[in-house]
Ligand binder design. Structure first.
Ligand code: DLZ
Length: 161
């Protein structure tokens, strides 16, 4: 968990907002569940560390990373939700499925954020192997879920009022 706090200072964002009144939606893909559950734990705990309250964190599961965009849209269109975090893991296979899913997911998540003018964070791992995924989901390379949560808080802190 220290990782996310370190990252906050590394990126030199001054004056992190009190986010206790903000509501966060976390959309979690069920594909590669072991990885995405670890990402979720990281994101949830980091949000709490940064001042969010449990009652203000809402989770939605979707089948795979391809569905993260629609899940994010359902969350982002709600007036009570201030920021959305998407969590998924697409592991490189031998088919072009990987490229289609990653491309659609990245573009879709960008579009949702711009459409609703809210932070919609891309917390999707795109590793070559399950091992590389686990290294980035609480292993030796940190936790992408922590980073995604810290990014949501940073974006709310710099968002013009
Ligand atoms: C079909 C598929 C494949 C092959 N691989 C992954 C993956 O590594 N990670 C992931 O999140 N989802 C995968 N999916 C499922 C797609 O995201 C999607 O759920 C289906 O194509 C149905 O739209």
């Amino acid at each position: 968990m220290a990782t996310s706090l370190k990252n906050l200072s590394d990126t030199n964002v001054k004056g992190i907002k009190d986010v206790s009144g903000f509501k966060f939606g976390i959309v979690v893909a069920e594909w590669n569940e072991e990885v995405t559950e670890a990402l979720y734990s990281g994101a949830f705990e980091t949000l709490l560390q940064l001042g969010a309250t449990r009652e203000n964190i809402e989770r939605m599961n979707v089948p795979g990373s391809f569905e993260l965009t629609l899940g994010a849209q359902w969350m982002a269109k709600r007036e009570d939700i201030d920021a959305v975090i998407t969590l998924g893991c697409v592991i490189q296979g031998e088919t072009r499925h990987f490229d289609f899913i990653c491309q659609a997911c990245a573009q879709g998540i960008t579009d949702v954020g711009l459409k609703y003018d809210k932070p919609v964070v891309f917390g999707v791992l795109t590793p070559d192997t399950q091992k590389q995924a686990m290294d980035r989901a609480g292993g030796k390379h940190g936790n992408k879920g922590d980073e995604a949560a810290a990014t949501a808080v940073k974006m709310l802190s710099v968002k013009p009022v």
